[in-house]
Design a protein around this ligand. Structure first.
Ligand code: FAD
Length: 301
């Protein structure tokens, strides 16, 4: 078992996720999670906005199996939408369908998400449907397809490690899309395993959507990919308002500020809330150097 598999395993451990909720942000998670409540999160968003950076806000939580938990999550996201509007901050929402009941019942989840999308639409706020593991990919696209009949303030994520992402990027070219490498452990039958193959597909998908798509969010901390995109948009005269770079809150802050300063649209993914454990473990899986965050925190006590 690799270190990556180990942390992905921890991220899905129900017991640890449940325990972590009770104890507040620990183990260094506070440097990559923007607080446990809306007030703290809005302060972080205001600070980003002051640097010319917009935010996509994630009310942390996923793989919910209890109806009441899904309803609570929906209500919290509705409160976040209200807070974005009241504080007039430059921000939108990222949500996960499993937090809103996808594993409980499709129609229940659909209605929860519809309520969120409808309220956001009234305030002209965009909602991104984050993509999770493969078992939730098709139903998440289905939610998007069905809601897109009535709303256009929605979009989703394309994960470059999946072989089928090439088809999906063509199929969803009229949507605002975030393109990422992919954060979950997926089998060889479904997904590229090697870094070089994933990076190559990532670049192909980004280029396709920049040329043919509605709006592209390039979500990566990889400076090599970012440099490639900078060159590509220059050579192909892609207007600045057709794309943005995205990174996660607390990662490569200097590079985030620099890209914004260079005049690129930049959006930071801002997670907040007490359901932080799974998110934090996936960040450790991606980059074991992030363990530094944890070690420093444990020894600074
Ligand atoms: P990596 O492959 O992790 O890193 C490539 C190289 O970049 C490294 O070798 C290093 O040289 C450099 N680098 C990376 N991080 C750092 C750092 N902190 N400091 C210095 N150098 C660094 N995944 C999903 O499956 N679904 C989603 O909905 C989703 N949404 C996302 C939203 C955002 C805004 C972001 C940024 C990521 C999202 N992801 C999502 C996660 C994504 O799929 C990747 O797992 C994650 O971004 C790690 O890949 P990377 O492209 O950042 O580069």
């Amino acid at each position: 078992m690799t270190l990556k598999d180990f942390f992905i395993g921890l991220s899905q451990n129900q017991l640890l996720n449940g325990m972590a909720k009770k104890y507040g942000l620990k183990l260094g998670a506070q440097s990559v999670v923007a607080g446990t409540n809306i007030k703290e999160m809005i302060e972080s968003v205001k600070e980003l906005n002051n640097h010319g950076i917009s935010a996509t806000i994630d009310n942390l939580g996923e793989f919910v199996t209890d109806k009441q938990d899904a309803i609570d999550a929906k209500n919290q996201i509705l409160d976040v939408i209200e807070a974005i509007h009241d504080n007039n901050v430059n921000a939108h929402i990222s949500l996960k369908a499993t937090q809103l009941g996808l594993d409980i019942d499709y129609d229940f989840c659909f209605n929860n998400i519809k309520e969120i999308v409808s309220k956001a639409n009234a305030y002209n706020i965009f909602i991104n449907f984050d993509q999770e593991d493969y078992s939730h990919l098709a139903p998440t696209f289905q939610l998007l397809d069905e809601l897109h009949k009535d709303y256009d303030n929605i979009g989703t994520v394309i994960q470059s490690y999946f072989y089928e992402s090439r088809n999906n990027i063509e199929r969803y070219k009229d949507y605002r899309l975030r393109i990422v490498k992919g954060a979950y452990k997926e089998p060889e039958e479904l997904a590229f395993q090697g870094k070089q193959d994933i990076d190559e597909n990532f670049i192909n998908l980004i280029e396709y959507h920049l040329l043919h798509g509605k709006f592209t969010s390039i979500a990566t901390h990889d400076h090599r990919i970012i440099d490639h995109v900078k060159q590509f948009v220059k050579e192909n005269d892609i207007p600045a308002d057709k794309f943005e770079f995205q990174m996660l809150y607390g990662f490569r802050r200097d590079l985030q500020l620099q890209l914004a300063k260079e005049g690129y649209h930049f959006c930071t993914y801002v997670p907040f809330g007490n359901d932080w454990f799974g998110y934090f473990m996936r960040r450790l899986a991606e980059r074991p150097q992030n363990l530094n965050l944890m070690v420093k925190q444990v020894f600074n006590k």
